[in-house]
Write a protein that binds this ligand. Structure first.
Ligand SMILES: Nc1ncnc2c1ncn2[C@@H]1O[C@H](COP(=O)(O)OP(=O)(O)OP(=O)(O)O)[C@@H](O)[C@H]1O
Ligand SMILES: [Mg+2]
Length: 360
């Protein structure tokens, strides 16, 4: 299970938009996802039209007259996507926890009870650096920092990274953080010069996926939906789908991790899984009749074994591949084209674009 906080003390930088739409696109990729709304403003809860009297407050607080287990307050949003809602009472936890021993560990303790049931827990943090955000970080192994391309944004990201370092030193907890560029406006030259600065400043710590400004992301909130439910043809959906894929690419599941095997058997499984890893490729092409993937892994040939199947409205294929980097293209109803959801690509000798896939 991966626990990922979505945090930035700067308000309005796209934390909640990222939390709900990444949760939804990870779920669309077959992952079991739980979103924790940890913001007293309860924007994620409201944006998804979740109606609940209870919140994470009832689980964490010792003063709550209605003390509950996390299981009692989990609500299903979409297939494989659940939420733990928030409400205004969550704000009182900042004070209530201030004098408690082990106050940074509250969320971490709660997650230990549900860790087998989800592949991802995402936490939508409030725009502050108080005890709630520290709890989220302490329970996470990764932090996504959404940031717009503005000068103040850069300063905010640096401060948050200082906090991450502090948590590593004081609480002895390692967290990897990555910056996600949000609300990118490709009509402005300013956006590109800020992006260049960010690439320089956060080398190796920037997602390849960029989230562009897209009005569908705003509209979907008004309709109480994720962009997946609202408009799968929108740029907003494509960007968040691409982010989900980028995150999924860094999963390193091996059979040995999940199956308690002993001795020689475990060594054999480990050796085998190092040779081949199952890699899933998706394509959103609702009107296509047939789709193949061809690439350096199969000598660019159209074979039945590389024909994609339609699942939940999306085309998909699982391929056993050895570690390495592969180039590939889709053949959609006979037409060759790059993977529109994969930002990692290169020009081929014919002047066309090949998509690139790294198998670890
Ligand atoms: N890529 C985008 N394109 C267009 N509008 C966006 C985009 N991302 C976010 N927004 C809009 O910007 C506003 C702020 O976004 P959001 O609520 O996700 O930020 P936040 O960081 O969670 O804010 P807060 O700090 O208050 O929790 C919202 O109205 C949202 O719909
Ligand atoms: Mg928010």
């Amino acid at each position: 299970m991966r626990v990922i906080s979505i945090a930035n003390q700067k308000g309005g930088c796209g934390k909640t938009t990222t939390a709900i739409n990444l949760a939804s696109t990870l779920a669309l990729n077959g992952r079991r996802v739980l979103l924790i709304d940890l913001d007293p403003q309860a924007h994620a809860t409201l944006a998804l039209n979740v109606d609940s009297q209870n919140s994470i407050y009832n689980v964490i607080s010792n003063l709550s007259p209605r003390k509950m287990n996390i299981d009692d307050i989990i609500i299903r949003v979409e297939n494989s996507f659940d939420i733990v809602p928030s409400n205004i009472l969550v704000g009182t936890l900042e004070q209530e926890l201030a004098d408690e021993i082990g106050r940074e560990l509250k969320l971490n303790e709660i997650f230990s009870k549900i860790k087998d049931r989800y592949d991802y827990i995402l936490i939508d943090c409030p725009p502050s650096l108080g005890i709630l955000t520290v709890n989220a970080m302490r329970a996470s192994s990764e932090v996504i920092i959404p940031a717009e391309t503005s000068r103040f944004s850069l300063q905010g990201v640096e401060r948050l990274m200082d906090i991450v370092n502090l948590i590593r030193d004081r609480l002895n907890h390692e967290i990897s953080c990555k910056v996600l560029v949000t609300m990118f406006d490709s009509r402005l030259r300013h956006s590109f010069s800020m992006l260049a600065k960010m690439k320089e400043q956060f080398t190796g710590k920037l997602f390849s996926t960029i989230i562009h400004v897209n009005v569908k992301l705003k509209e979907s909130v008004v309709e109480g939906q994720t962009v997946t439910g609202y408009d799968r043809y929108s740029r907003g959906f494509k960007d968040y789908f691409s982010l989900a894929k980028e995150i999924i690419h860094t999963e390193q599941k091996t059979a040995a991790e999940f199956t308690p095997l002993s001795g020689r058997m475990r060594d054999l499984v480990k050796a085998g899984s190092r040779k081949m890893a199952t890699t899933t490729i998706h394509l959103d092409a609702p009107n296509a009749q047939n789709v193949y993937v061809a690439g350096s892994f199969n000598n660019w040939s159209l074979e039945d074994a590389y024909k994609l199947k339609k699942e939940n409205g999306l085309w998909a294929i699982d391929m056993p591949l050895r570690p390495g980097t592969y180039s590939y293209r889709f053949v959609i109803d006979g037409k060759w084209q790059e993977d529109p959801a994969n930002p990692i690509k290169e020009k081929n000798p014919f002047g066309e674009i090949n998509s690139l896939l790294e198998v670890k």
